[in-house]
Design a protein around this ligand. Structure first.
Ligand code: ZN
Length: 65
């Protein structure tokens, strides 16, 4: 179990959704939902999300063996 969660994107402690063990705070979640590719922050969030999902185990590995 995780205790104090820090947002994987903005680094602020807080509660929010947890994806792959990484917390995304409510404000970042809202920002991601509302972001558009023309936004200045689009690349920033895209990279942050990429980091989070880079650690997701491949489903294949889970079911192999
Ligand atoms: Zn955040």
């Amino acid at each position: 179990m995780q205790e104090k969660n820090k947002c994987a994107i903005c680094g602020k402690a807080g509660s929010g959704i947890i994806i792959n063990g990484s917390t995304i705070c409510n404000s970042c979640e809202t920002a991601i939902i509302n972001i558009t590719p023309s936004s200045k922050l689009y690349d920033y969030y895209r990279k942050a999300i990429g980091r989070i999902f880079a650690n997701v185990p491949k489903p294949k590995k889970l079911y192999q063996k």
